[in-house]
Write a protein that binds this ligand. Structure first.
Ligand code: ARG
Length: 357
């Protein structure tokens, strides 16, 4: 029920921000009235900002939550037309990239009851996936882009266009200016042949396929980002067999000719490509965290939360990093995966986001 979710969120907001209960009761009364009259209510800017940060703090899969209070919230609820929309998106990319010193950032468009523009991309910046090259996880978005008339260069790393739709308008795409997208070429100081593989990755992961829910109100278009943890790119995106699947070319570039399981060379490839991605980001001046530091930061997050008498919920399989998990404290205890309502949610039944597949 919206009313119950609203009451619980507003109460938490007033409590955590140490505001008077008189003010809180007035606000609750106004919200109840608004819901009775219209069927929904409108968050104040302060509620919206707190709600978005709280949604991050409640994200059970995220190891980077220590920084939840630093989230920069861009209120884009009143955006009316395509020019303003594209401007909000490009400002997000530019401000969040911040020349490499990445800023955790969210842009929140209108709530569901006001029919916001829809984004079809999984992330604002993502590489196209074709039959044989590119990122296989983006095949359906790539099909959609091509269906709309977009043509990529058919490299391994073609930045997909933004695909969006205003209510009662056709789906359209928009190609970002090249200068907007910061990318990092991957090198390793001790394995010069890695450079010849021409690997790269974009600087800022901006998730654009999740609903933000605050106090019973759903914001379906609310792209958000932090900075990368190195393993996301080096372990998962590059080495998952259903992603770039780079074990063999990387092993060759590192002169590990024997890839037998018991040679431990697959493991060596993993370590060295993490080193390469991390060095490359740092040398390019782009924010990134290694998994051991991220896990330490998460411990600190847990301590601060406990100091505030709040219980940390989490999803163990996501909080344990995919490289050397046992070297982190997270690995050695369980987590309560209860999901608090103010949160980010995967969209239901539209995992690809693509209307044609
Ligand atoms: N794992 C995703 C990717 O590799 C990004 C998810 C969000 N990550 C983050 N550090 N905020 O693109």
């Amino acid at each position: 029920m919206m009313i119950e979710e609203a009451i619980s969120f507003i109460t938490q907001f007033y409590e955590e921000t140490n505001q008077s209960s008189t003010k809180r009761n007035e606000r609750l009364k106004a919200i109840k009235q608004e819901i009775i009259e219209k069927g929904y209510y409108r968050h104040t800017k302060e509620e919206l900002t707190f709600g978005a940060r709280l949604a991050w703090r409640n994200s059970n899969r995220c190891i980077g939550r220590l920084f939840w209070e630093s989230l920069k919230v861009q209120d884009a609820r009143d955006i009316q037309n395509e020019a303003e929309f594209l401007n909000a998106i490009t400002s997000h990319v530019e401000n969040a990239t911040n020349g490499g010193r990445i800023i955790p950032y969210i842009t929140i468009f209108a709530p569901s009851f006001e029919a916001p523009p829809k984004i079809y991309n999984n992330q604002l910046i993502r590489y196209a996936g074709y039959e044989k090259i590119g990122d296989p996880s983006e095949k359906s978005v790539t099909h959609l882009a091509e269906h709309l008339g977009w043509r990529g260069d058919h490299t391994n790393f073609d930045v997909l266009p933004l695909i969006y739709q205003f209510p009662n308008h056709p789906i359209r795409y928009y190609e970002y200016p090249k200068s907007l997208i910061l990318e990092v070429p991957i090198r390793h100081s001790e394995f010069p042949k890695i450079e010849q593989l021409n690997l790269k990755w974009y600087a800022v992961p901006i998730i654009s396929n999740m609903d933000l829910k605050i106090g019973g109100i759903t914001y379906p278009t609310a792209p958000f980002n932090g900075w990368y943890m190195v393993n996301e790119i080096a372990v998962r995106n590059y080495l998952d067999s259903f992603r770039y699947n780079l074990m063999e070319p990387l092993a060759q570039a590192m002169n590990f000719s024997n890839l037998k399981n018991s040679s431990f060379n697959k493991d060596r490839v993993l370590v060295e490509i993490n080193d390469a991605v991390y060095q490359s980001f740092k040398n390019t001046g782009v924010s990134m965290v290694d998994h051991l530091t991220a896990a330490k930061q998460f411990e600190k997050f847990e301590a601060t939360e406990h100091a505030h008498h709040r219980k940390v919920t989490g999803k163990w399989s996501w909080l344990a990093p995919p490289l050397s998990p046992t070297l982190t404290a997270n690995y050695h205890h369980g987590y309560d995966n209860t999901m608090h309502e103010t949160n980010f949610y995967y969209k239901k039944n539209e995992s690809s986001g693509c209307p044609f597949h």
